[in-house]
Design a protein around this ligand. Structure first.
Ligand SMILES: N[C@@H](CCC(=O)N[C@@H](CS)C(=O)NCC(=O)O)C(=O)O
Length: 310
């Protein structure tokens, strides 16, 4: 039997989805592309995610990967070459990019909103009530503009310094996850007409050659897929066996087989219910039995998620 297709559930303007699209490009992969709405309801995605609400979500048959820090390692396991982690141990690259994204996400939104102005009212309400728990209207963000700029500029100065020896990518000649994580944050800020203003604000001139090379990775070979076809792809197979040991770290008060919830500890804190399958250094896997699509394995990164009995 052929391997299940890689399917990405995403929308075009999502920066975290752009990080994954570029990872698919870096690896030169074929993939199914399911377009989702920019805000819930997402009734054809919920059966796969059990309510995890963030985008993107990667599906490989009945295995569902939530969060880019589960998605990139999964792509690397499935298609090791070319690697997403050239020049840096995968664990270090994931740790660095996790810290970068955590530190900068709201600041990057602040810089973006400064130039872009207000987004539609319903979008602002959704992001405040159910995603960021922060009002990202122009009026609410603007008092923090300088603080946000300072936070982002500190990182972009590191980026420029790291590239100042003329290397093509952060890890050397080959692009990797560390490039993609820096890129997608800049991609959000530089979108639309505001690129020139953002470049001036953050002094991005010296990194624009690198930026163009990362963009040049492209998105691989997507083919449009309906959400119904993705549900059928999950229904028609069982999850892949989970490799590794059954040992569960001390910090997780549950054993394999126990009912648990897994919840992001930052944004969109919606608990997902299932039975614990495995926890290892980098990931949490739970099983969900869904009335529409059958048995699924949901994979989360360990960093940024809590596991509770129940
Ligand atoms: N840590 C997550 C962050 C994902 C995230 O925040 N994605 C944004 C879109 S770029 C999102 O989910 N926004 C709310 C939504 O689309 O419902 C990851 O790495 O995947």
């Amino acid at each position: 039997m052929s391997a299940p297709e890689i399917i990405l559930h995403h929308y075009p303007s999502s920066p975290y989805a752009e990080k994954v699209r570029l990872a698919l490009g870096l690896k030169g992969l074929d993939w199914g592309s399911v377009d989702v709405a920019v805000m819930p309801p997402r009734p054809l995605l919920d059966p796969l995610t059990g309510g995890y609400r963030r985008i993107p979500v990667l599906q490989v048959g009945a295995d569902i990967y939530c969060d880019t820090h589960a998605i990139l390692p999964a792509l690397e396991r499935l298609h090791p070459e070319p690697s997403l982690y050239p020049g840096l141990a995968p664990a270090l690259a994931e740790g660095l990019t996790y810290g970068l994204e955590r530190d900068l996400w709201l600041a990057v939104i602040g810089v973006t909103v400064h130039f872009a102005g207000d987004l539609p009212e319903a979008f602002l309400r959704d992001r405040k009530d159910d995603y960021l728990y922060v009002d990202i209207s122009h009026a609410a963000m603007e008092p923090d503009f300088l603080r946000n700029t300072q936070r982002v500029a500190a990182w972009t100065a590191w980026l420029a310094e790291a590239l100042s020896d003329g290397r093509r990518f952060l890890g050397g000649d080959q692009a990797g996850a560390v490039d993609l994580a820096h890129y997608h944050l800049l991609w959000l800020m530089r979108g639309g007409e505001r690129a020139g203003s953002v470049d001036r604000l953050l002094g991005l001139g010296p990194v624009l050659g690198w930026y163009g090379r990362v963009a040049g990775l492209g998105h691989g070979r997507p083919r449009t897929l309906t959400a119904e076809a993705a549900l059928e792809a999950a229904r028609s197979v069982e999850p892949a066996p989970v490799a590794g040991s059954n040992a569960v770290p001390e910090s997780v008060a549950a054993a394999p087989g126990d009912a648990v919830t897994v919840t992001p500890d930052d944004f969109a804190r919606v608990p997902v219910r299932g039975r614990l399958v495995a926890v290892d250094a980098g990931r949490i896997v739970i099983r969900r039995d869904d009335s529409q699509v059958g048995t699924l394995h949901l994979h989360f990164p360990r960093a940024g998620f809590t596991v509770a009995a129940g």
